[in-house]
Design a protein around this ligand. Sequence first.
Ligand code: GLA
Length: 381
Amino acid sequence: MKEAFQSRFGGADGVRVFRAPGRVNLIGEHTDYNQGLVLPVALDLATLVAAAPSRDGKLRLYSEQRGELREFDAAAVPTLERRGDWSDYIVGVARELDRLGFAIEPANLLIRSTVPEGSGLSSSAALEVSSALALLGGRPLDRLEIARLAQRAESHFVGMPCGIMDQYVSVFGREHTAVELDCRTFQSRYVALPDGIAFVAVNSMVKHALSGSAYADRVRECAAAVEALRARFPEVASLRDASPERLAAVSLPETVARRARHVVSEIARVGRFVAASAAGDLAGMGKLLVESHRSLQHDYEVSCGELDFLVDTALAIDGVYGARMTGGGFGGCTITMVTQEKAASFSRQIAATYQARFGVTPRVLPCNPSAGAAECAPGAC
Ligand code: GLA
């Protein structure tokens, strides 16, 4: 990173490098913005930001992947507008930091990422969190605040009304463990996964145009369910407070009822999955993954033909316990739980079958739960 920074900006005095990972969610989909439970892991795919002070009052952002440079007056950050490109994630973070009283110092930033974009592995959270650390430049800020400001940047500035899961696990991820997060209290605990199994992400390589607008539609549909529930049960603050009995007691439009049923059943599945994992009940874990997928496919309607094909194909392959789409949906990745010794043959088989069906080679990624965001030791990145 230091060499690349030097050749881009002509000097690397005072350069520091910060890293934040992407994530894959094991179970608990579309529950975070309903104050529910999620169970993501941080990946070993990450975004790196090398940063050093600039002497001319500018904030410069260089994306290696795109080969694009953006330049702003650092003093103008609080009034910058959305441009509709990758720099919005960083400017949004800078504005949130400024609001919290961390003035944005003039700096040059070089950005490199191994998190594939548009694949549902949260390249955006990795970019937000790594740039938050780089812009802070060592100024201390509570780690939960870092996750929350990154989420606000995405929902308020970029305009994607996401929950907290991606940013939280990018900050708090840990090696060999999943993170069970309660999105109502922001309390989490680390969940060790049973030995002998692997989680493999398969990237469908598609991203359907619907993903952005449909996400906002789902957020609105969940809000509509809460409003209807509250008329009958005033203590309901979110779908976290709903239950199958409460849903049955109110009259909801058919679509809204199915959305709410997904959220309520999915929150319960996270708890059941963690319990099955603790008991070493691998078949039970696999079954819950499939139930989650069917609920996302039929009730929440955020899957697509390619993801359904990957799940159905996976379930017929030797050594597989279960599979589901992961992330926002409408493309991106599935995640498959497979016995460790069959992980390689599963990967080959699923890639070949998908290629034969869609003429596209999917990217298959073993998911190694990894550490959350941090500054890299000098010379390590
Ligand atoms: C996207 C959002 C997350 C979460 C998932 C669905 O990744 O950024 O906050 O809502 O979709 O679980």
